[in-house]
Design a protein around this ligand. Sequence first.
Ligand SMILES: *Cc1c(COP(=O)(O)O)cnc(C)c1O
Length: 360
Amino acid sequence: MERVYNFSAGPSALPVEVLKKAADEMLNMGGTGMSVMEMSHRSKDYQAIIDRAEELFRELMEIPDDYAVLFLQGGASSQFAMIPLNLMNNSGKGDYVITGQWAKKAYQEGAHYGDAYQVASSADKTFSYIPKLDKSMFRPDADFVHITLNNTIYGTKFNELPDVGDVPLIADISSCILSEKLDVSKFGMLYAGAQKNIGPAGLTVVIIRKDLIGNARDITPIMFNYQTHLDSGSMYNTPPTYGIYICKLVLEWLKDLGGVEKIQELNYKKAKILYDYLDSSEFFTGTVVKEDRSIMNVPFLSPSDELNKKFIQEAKEAGLVNLAGHRSVGGMRASIYNAMPVEGVQALVDFMKKFEAENK
Ligand SMILES: *Cc1c(COP(=O)(O)O)cnc(C)c1O
């Protein structure tokens, strides 16, 4: 069977080169006579894999030395709890900007453990925009400010970082990690579930300024303490070994391609092809305020629910799959992460033009 263009929001498409390499190495990884899945995480062979993954993160994202890179489990959703447990530890205050369901879930966990405060929300317009923020809206004594940099479900992103003064800024970058340039030094912490842009589900990457670690609450489970994972090189227990290996292959693929600069160029190109068409179409409409558009997740609508259904079905038959919007919002959503080639987006737009002509 031929491969489809997979527009899934997550888990999502991986580069074919990565899947082929993994297949090649499935039975015998680098002369070890075994699969990575069968290796001890304490072996020298495996240590080389996780070390290389960290090195590639540091190189591709230009991560300063005073930041730790941790390989964890439990999804981005576990970070919603780990953040307040580890970091809501001076004033006990955490400020949250609510730009979608993931941001709200992060806030809800914050409220379990301390004084979580909603600085602003775009819930009034179904999260179709990023609220305007200025420094006076944040509490200067908060332990952190939390934002969701790219909102996977609604298709918005922060194109400008809020000015939060000296308060550490924490961003959920699950659906935009390594999609474009990001100045890590502007953040206290970044985190991402791997299954959108950098690998399979089961791996969560945390990039955190080391001075923020070491002051967790007493009630923090050992497995939920960043210190535990920093001290043990992400090997307090068995890490998600295969996920880290695939992530390493994705990072190697990205480096070979030309790194973040190159993928940014390709991602801007893909997003432009799709948004230019949406802006010119009299049939399809984008659902997001223009200046806050995501380059990773692009939600759109046709004139009716019936036509949305018909579109999703016919697109699937044409090899363009997983275009249904999130179950909470309906309509369509094309997730065009790093692994989606320009040709995939062009094929989608060609199909949309044809559908428009046939159904308007
Ligand atoms: C997918 C997603 C999550 C949830 O990730 P899990 O790994 O399933 O917990 C959180 N935040 C954002 C922005 C996401 O896109």
